[in-house]
Design a protein around this ligand. Structure first.
Ligand code: HEC
Length: 161
């Protein structure tokens, strides 16, 4: 697999496993705390281990630290509102002033599990809402339904000359 895609899939896989495990281990509120506590560190670890710049982004952000680079932002805005099933992976090789870079974007779909913390606010457990309000005062990542496009995993690295 191409390095950028591998890194993006690795990040997505680790985060999903982690949230699934946290949800089966305890209350959704403690799973939300776990996610809030580890997501940024996991992202930094995957970037370090793979040597690929990698992240998770959305038009409607929970954590402003997940704000997309401009090229990811453009892609997200282009696909905003489309059902996730109609959006597919994209990859490019782009010339930049620093040299050629390989980029990949993978759509992220909302699954039943995700609605616990990203669904309509009124349906979210009070304990989860408390954690979210405390950790993410500007949280825009609720109101999603199963099948929506939640955002994207992205990765970028220099192309070896
Ligand atoms: C237990 C609660 C919980 C569940 C379940 C959950 N998330 Fe999240 N999600 C969070 C938290 C907390 C963050 C912010 C993490 C951070 O600080 O980077 C987040 C952030 C994200 C982001 C990064 C963009 C942003 O808004 O900051 C994406 C994309 C995302 N979640 C997708 C999903 C998907 C897809 C699922 C289902 C497979 C899911 N989440 C399930 C709590 C949850």
């Amino acid at each position: 697999m191409i390095a950028t895609e591998g890194a993006a899939r690795k990040l997505g896989g680790i985060l999903k496993d982690r949230v699934q495990k946290a949800m089966s281990d305890g209350a959704p509120a403690s799973a939300a705390s776990t996610c809030a506590g580890v997501a940024q560190e996991i992202t930094a670890d995957v970037a370090r281990v793979t040597g690929v710049a990698v992240g998770r982004a959305s038009v409607r952000l929970r954590n402003p630290k997940n704000a997309p680079p401009a090229w990811v932002d453009a892609w997200l805005r282009h696909h905003e509102g489309a059902p996730a099933a109609e959006v597919s992976l994209d990859r490019w090789i782009v010339d930049t002033p620093e040299g050629a870079v390989a980029r990949v974007i993978l759509p992220i779909a909302v699954e039943p599990l995700c609605v616990t913390c990203h669904g309509p606010l009124e349906g979210i457990d009070a304990g989860v809402r408390e954690v979210l309000a405390a950790r993410y005062p500007g949280d825009a990542a609720t109101g999603y339904a199963v099948g929506d496009l939640r955002g994207a995993l992205w990765a970028e690295r220099a192309v070896e000359p």
